[in-house]
Design a protein. Structure first.
Length: 131
């Protein structure tokens, strides 16, 4: 039964975990907008999500006594350096407007993923109540 629940919520949890990781990367870029020689980083969300779907998320076991199973933690996405449209004098590649736009886009995607997850939970709750 638990395996079915894990499978039912796996896709939205993967998306939410990846969006959370991307929010951290983008917020680090924004926080370092005035740091000399800081290089802005990001990852391709769509590519990371499709990679997560193909490979799944295996747990790392540190002891043979641990249970085997799967978890919804995100796949480590390959961070890439962002190429700036306009070079800065101090070597910083953060373009604040671009980072804020990407952060907002990611936040909207997170809200959509949360709405999708909420709809799944409401559907499951309605099915349980009708039984």
């Amino acid at each position: 039964m638990i395996e079915r629940l894990d499978k039912y919520f796996a896709a939205p949890l993967r998306a939410l975990n990846l969006r959370s990781a991307r929010s951290e990367v983008l917020s680090a870029n924004i926080a370092n907008a005035d740091t000399p020689h800081y290089k802005a980083r990001d990852f391709d969300f769509a590519k990371a999500l499709s990679g997560a779907r193909e490979t799944g998320f295996g747990m790392h076991k540190t002891s043979e006594r641990h249970l085997s199973g799967k978890t919804a933690s995100p796949v480590v996405a390959a961070l890439q350096y962002r190429v700036p449209v306009q070079d800065s004098i101090d070597g910083n590649t953060v373009e604040t407007d671009m980072e804020l736009a990407q952060f907002s886009n990611n936040a909207i995607g997170m809200q959509a993923d949360l709405a999708f997850m909420s709809a799944k939970i409401r559907g499951m709750f309605a099915a349980i109540q009708s039984s």
